[in-house]
Design a protein around this ligand. Structure first.
Ligand SMILES: Cc1cc2nc3c(=O)[nH]c(=O)nc-3n(C[C@H](O)[C@H](O)[C@H](O)COP(=O)(O)OP(=O)(O)OC[C@H]3O[C@@H](n4cnc5c(N)ncnc54)[C@H](O)[C@@H]3O)c2cc1C
Length: 239
């Protein structure tokens, strides 16, 4: 084992793929990126948060769901996560000791843009590069851990073959780990109805802390204290 406390068994920085960048997924990504794990988030921006206005999120009086998401995205970006907005995960599976996901940008873009064949022909005559070639970034990505956070859509969890409850939700414990070691499920997919932003955010945090504990080989807490804030923000820290 390397001295690097964020290293995996091969001595490389441990990596996490988060599928879904809503409340649960971004919360997981925040903790793993903040604490040095290589973190990639794929998101198609259909989060329910865009439909919500929060009056019930402890510590926040009132905030629009989209505004909440904008702050969350900025926060996750600032901690160094690679947030691949608009890139849909089409498949997830096991690979060696970790996981592999397949993604598709092109199909998402074509759906959003309408008739791609017509546009291709116009692009050819104008000499411009066809749009679907320009965005054809279908990819395959591997990581040591995967966090599923696809809202109430449980298709990828089913593909991965993790256990489900009798209620049809993904079966997890309080650490949010599924029946498959290293694969986590969070947010709306693990509950039949009790869907709240605060719960989803808690699920993501629980998954991330469990991953960090597993990588570091001991129970991990992400505790900061006032001197940390002074170090980062200096005189701007609120009294
Ligand atoms: C009308 C409405 C009002 C609400 N009001 C409140 C409220 O007042 N207070 C409150 O606490 N909660 C409220 N909620 C609930 C809250 O929005 C959810 O609890 C929360 O968004 C669930 O978080 P999540 O991360 O599980 O799923 P989501 O936030 O839905 O995020 C899932 C994300 O995964 C992405 N995704 C899915 N599949 C893929 C894939 N294959 N590849 C890449 N990305 C993918 C989606 O695009 C989406 O962005 C409300 C919900 C609704 C619908």
């Amino acid at each position: 084992m390397s001295n690097d406390t964020t290293a995996d068994d091969n001595g490389e920085t441990a990596s996490v793929i988060v599928v879904g960048g809503g409340a649960a997924g971004l919360s997981a990504a925040l903790f793993t990126a903040k604490n040095g794990l290589e973190t990639t988030v794929f998101d198609t921006d259909e989060t329910w948060m865009h439909k919500a206005h929060l009056f019930n999120y402890l510590g926040i009086g009132s905030v629009g769901g989209s505004e909440f998401m904008a702050t969350a995205r900025q926060q996750v970006d600032d901690f160094g996560a690679d947030r691949r907005q608009g890139e849909e995960v089409t498949a997830v599976g096991e690979s060696g000791d970790g996981f592999v996901v397949e993604t598709s940008v092109a199909s998402e873009t074509q759906r959003a843009d309408g008739d791609s064949a017509e546009r291709s022909s116009a692009d050819r005559s104008s000499g411009r590069r066809p749009r679907e070639e320009a965005v054809d970034e279908d990819g395959s990505y591997e990581a040591d851990f995967v966090v599923l956070a696809t809202g109430a859509n449980r298709d990828l969890a089913e593909d991965l073959g993790v256990a489900f409850t009798d209620e049809g939700t993904v079966d997890v414990g309080v650490e949010m780990e599924t029946s498959l070691e290293g694969a986590y499920a969070t947010g709306a997919m693990v509950r039949a109805e009790e869907w709240q932003a605060a719960i989803a955010v808690g699920d993501g945090a629980a998954a991330a802390l469990n991953i960090l504990s597993s990588v570091k080989g001991e129970h991990f807490h992400d505790f900061d204290v006032p001197t940390d804030a002074e170090r980062v923000f200096g005189e701007h820290v609120a009294e």
